[in-house]
Design a binder for this molecule. Sequence first.
Ligand code: AMP
Ligand code: MG
Length: 406
Amino acid sequence: MVSIEEAQQTILEFITPLDAETVPVFQGLNRVTPQDHVAPWDIPAADYSAMDGFAFSRAALAGNRLKVTGFLPAGETCNVPVPPGEAIRIMTGAPIPPGCDTVVPIEEAEAEGEWIALSAIKAGSNVRKRGEDIRHGNVVIPAGSLLRPQEIGMLSAMGYTSLPVYRRARVAILSTGDELLEPGSTPRPGKIINSNSYSLAAQVLDAGGEPVLLGIAQDSYAAVCDKIKTGLDQDMLVISGGASVGDRDFVKAAIEGLGGSVNFWKVNMKPGKPLAFATLKGKPIFALPGNPVAAMVSFELFVRTALLKAMGHRRVLRPKVAAFLEEPVMNKGSRPHMVRCIVSKQDNGYHASTTGNQSSGRLSSLVQGNGLVRLEPSASHVAGEMIDVLLMDQEFEMGMMAQAHL
Ligand code: AMP
Ligand code: MG
């Protein structure tokens, strides 16, 4: 049995980034670029007016009046030097004409016929200098950057129409179990609805991957083998159920029977001890426990990190915050326990309370929660103590959690 950290490390060592694909620039959102992006020119490319106003030479200003002798809107240029003592009416975004270095905003200039009067102003005011944002030749977006809307804007300003990004990982998802029915059927004695395929597919999407649903494999060696072979067309395969040591658990035997090698078979954690990481024909296979909570928590800790690394992300772990415990918690068991909890932000910092009953079949413990607290074996914490919580929700700060009564 390996520890959570050993399991994560083994998996990450195996995963290498996928190849890149070229996409239109704005479709690069939330993807990672494998290349440095160098500024092909200065931004701004020249000195520009930052205001609607009047451009003039501050050094040549004698007294407080200037004669306005021209007009320059954005999109046009003026190549004739503006004589000392004169000003050009200039709009925001127009290049500063030769002979000028300062702009007085319209609101700060008093019009007197063809003349304006201004009060004291510093040389260079209201001018955006060439290259003050970006210098030609600098690496503006380094390889490995996650592209957010602001990077998309910057790359567009640098003239890109398309760019390479790491490909989205295609993840095959297989559920196993004779007891499973697809959503849309009515549960009947002995049968339950397959929810894992869809929670796992959603976790894949949430991490930026592309789920490929393989449906349900019956609990037979042949059925599991067949589905695993189909799954090898994708970049990774995630299997739920059948990973334990029951009489009808065929996942491990099937992977080995197909020539795969199983790196580890059990992780020292709760929920989710029966968890395998295997490789077959160069593809990683994750065999997760069937219990819905165990499957999702295992995905969080192991598959998500692998997916993010494959898609070029440098940060593959969820953020942690220190939170005040709202109630005493303890772990009476012998394995580290990943306890589902509700994290909230209050005036004095983060607070965490557990979602109650932590049975690994109780999906509502995840629906109510937005974080995971790791309790070491025999740990006991009192209310008010500070504890680290792994934040599972992107929308954490938005308070978007379902408020249903479960
Ligand atoms: P297993 O790991 O196959 O022994 O399954 C453990 C538990 O998880 C059993 O109670 C299963 O019925 C349940 N389970 C397995 N697969 C799924 C699934 N796809 N959706 C919901 N529950 C499942
Ligand atoms: Mg099963």
